[in-house]
Each structure stands twice: as structure tokens, then as C-alpha cells.
Design a protein around this ligand. Structure first.
Ligand code: ADP
Length: 158
């Protein structure tokens, strides 16, 4: 069983994240979203809400699940027998940080391989902060997020 972890804040999950899940889940037996703590980001959604929104948005995938962690991701990967981590690459500006993290994770745990995947072109401009900002100002986010997130964001800012 080949398992891959997809760590991030997912505050909230959007169509760019789902595009990565849709394609990478076909390459592995198990694909796991990992809602992780970020040292500087102050999330809008609680840990419970983020987990539930991922579950509701991915219920049509057979081999996708969700975990929450406050641990080092490579330690979690070892604990769960995951062979790889996946991260998204949108722009060249993502590359520097992702490259650094991949190298550091390699040093910490060489048996866990980092995969960087580019989303479909139409998702390249998407990030959770933009989605939240548009929703806060009552702009149309329907094309950017899955239906459960759309409903939740609308109720949050109405
Ligand atoms: P965001 O940048 O949207 O706030 P996260 O911080 O939760 O998302 O990022 C989790 C992972 O998802 C990161 O590897 C990030 O590069 C990736 N990601 C974020 N947005 C997209 C997107 N539009 N397409 C592909 N990958 C993305």
C-alpha cells in the first residue's frame, strides 16, 4: 500500500487543492490530507471545520482521508507508513520555499520523498487567502471552491 500525505493549512480547502488530490490520488493507494499547524498563519476556520470541509468536499474519492497534526510532517509520515509528501507549485515564487522544505525534509527523513505538482492552469491564481478576502467582500467565489466551502463561507460573511 503506497500512501502519500498532503500537508497544508486548508483554511479552507479550494479547487486548486482538490485538483492536486484528484490527480495524485490516482497515483497512490491512499491519499491523506494533513491539516497542519502553521506557526504564523491565524486561521479563519477551526481545526474541526477545516477537517469537516475537506471530508465533505472529498467524499466522492474512495482513497482520500484527512488527518490533523501538530507534529513534524516527516515524523507523521513515518508513523503512518507514508512514502511521500506532496505539495503544490503555482508560481516560481512558490518554488524557493518548497525547495527548501523538500531539502530539509529529505535531511530529516530520506525515505520520505517530496513530490511537487503543478495544478491545472485555471487554478494557478487560487489561494485560500484570496478566496476568503473575496468572500468577505461578498464577491463571487462559486467557481473557486467546492460546494460545502461555498455554503460555509457564505454563511460566515452574510
Ligand atoms: P493556500 O496557499 O491556498 O493557503 P495551503 O497553505 O493550505 O494553501 O497550501 C497547502 C498546499 O497546497 C501547498 O503545497 C500549496 O502550494 C498548495 N496549493 C495551494 N493552492 C494551490 C493551487 N491553487 N493549486 C495547487 N496547489 C495549491
Amino acid at each position: 500500500m503506497k500512501k502519500i500525505l498532503y500537508p497544508g493549512s486548508f483554511d479552507p480547502i479550494h479547487n486548486g487543492h482538490l485538483d492536486i488530490a484528484r490527480r495524485a490520488s490516482k497515483l497512490f493507494d491512499e491519499f491523506v490530507f494533513v491539516v497542519a499547524v502553521h506557526p504564523t498563519k491565524k486561521p479563519l476556520f477551526t481545526k474541526k471545520e477545516r477537517i469537516k470541509l475537506i471530508q465533505d468536499s472529498t467524499s466522492h474519492f474512495k482513497n482520500v482521508s484527512v488527518l490533523y497534526t501538530e507534529k513534524l510532517i516527516v515524523d507523521l509520515a513515518k508513523e503512518h507508513g507514508a512514502v511521500a509528501l506532496i505539495r503544490g507549485l503555482r508560481h516560481v515564487s512558490d518554488f524557493e520555499l518548497e525547495f527548501q522544505m523538500a531539502m530539509m525534509n529529505y535531511h530529516l527523513s530520506p525515505e520520505v520523498t517530496t513530490i511537487l505538482m503543478m495544478p491545472e492552469e485555471k487554478h494557478i491564481h487560487l489561494n485560500s487567502n484570496l478566496v476568503k478576502e473575496i468572500a468577505r467582500l461578498h464577491g463571487d467565489i462559486e467557481g473557486f471552491v467546492p460546494p460545502p466551502v461555498y455554503k460555509h463561507l457564505k454563511s460566515k460573511f452574510d
